[in-house]
Design a protein around this ligand. Structure first.
Ligand SMILES: [Zn+2]
Length: 232
């Protein structure tokens, strides 16, 4: 067995561990936070506010209409009470009444438009609430799948850590240190030789280097990328 072979096997384990750690982090982030749900929530909150504002606008207009009705009623009572003796005062009250009734008619149109805004904003808000429920349901379904994947990955991770421990324990310390030093700089520390070239950077290796890597009496580094070369 060449000196590089156990390091190559260690590299395979470490690469798989790296992948698992990355995926577990991705799953964790995806289970905590879902962009589709966030988006639907924001939209729904915004539309809720629009609807609440429409309802309160309509309410204010309705109060205006009631107070105008009261005023009209008061003026009419005054007009027909028989208490007004002066012609000028009578005309003034008539004018005031006409003016109030014009305002009231115009307010009716505004009220109708406000009622339509209330209905439209309620429909938009409900549509968005449905979209939000869908997004939450999809997320929950995804989470069930991801929880299972996460559990599987953690099991595999534990097994790999065990394998790594026994493998690393059998590697001479200087070799292991060389491996760790390269791994600190780049995730792939050991490159398999493929078609006479370094499998990582692609630089061609001399026949002497290939021979050394295969015979395995010493660790051979790729002259270009500095990785440990492994010749199967
Ligand atoms: Zn290389």
């Amino acid at each position: 067995m060449s000196k590089a072979e156990p390091l190559y096997r260690l590299q395979l384990i470490d690469t798989e561990i790296d992948k698992i750690v990355k995926r577990v982090r991705e799953i964790d982030a995806a289970m905590r936070n879902n962009p589709a749900v966030n988006h639907a929530k924001q939209e729904h909150e915004a539309l809720q506010k629009v609807h609440q504002r429409a309802v309160s606008d309509h309410k204010m207009l309705d109060l205006d209409a009631r107070s105008l009705d009261e005023k009209i009623k008061g003026e009419e009572e005054r007009l027909y009470s028989g208490k007004i003796k002066q012609t000028k005062e009578l005309l003034d009250v008539q004018h005031e009444l006409e003016s109030l009734k014009r305002r009231r008619a115009s307010l009716d149109e505004t009220l109708l438009a406000a009622m339509m805004t209330v209905d439209e904003s309620r429909a938009a808000e409900q549509k968005c609430a449905t979209a939000l429920r869908h997004a939450l349901k999809n997320w929950e379904e995804d989470n069930v799948v991801m929880r299972q994947e996460d559990a599987d990955l953690r099991k595999r991770y534990a097994a790999l850590v065990e394998q790594r421990k026994s493998l690393a324990g059998a590697i001479p310390a200087p070799d292991l240190n060389a491996y760790v030093a390269i791994r600190n700089k780049k995730p792939l520390a050991v490159a398999a030789i493929r078609n006479g070239a370094c499998g990582a950077c692609g630089v061609e290796q001399s026949s002497q280097m290939m021979q050394q890597a295969r015979s395995g009496s010493a660790i051979v580094l790729c002259p270009l990328c500095g990785r440990i070369l492994y010749g199967a």
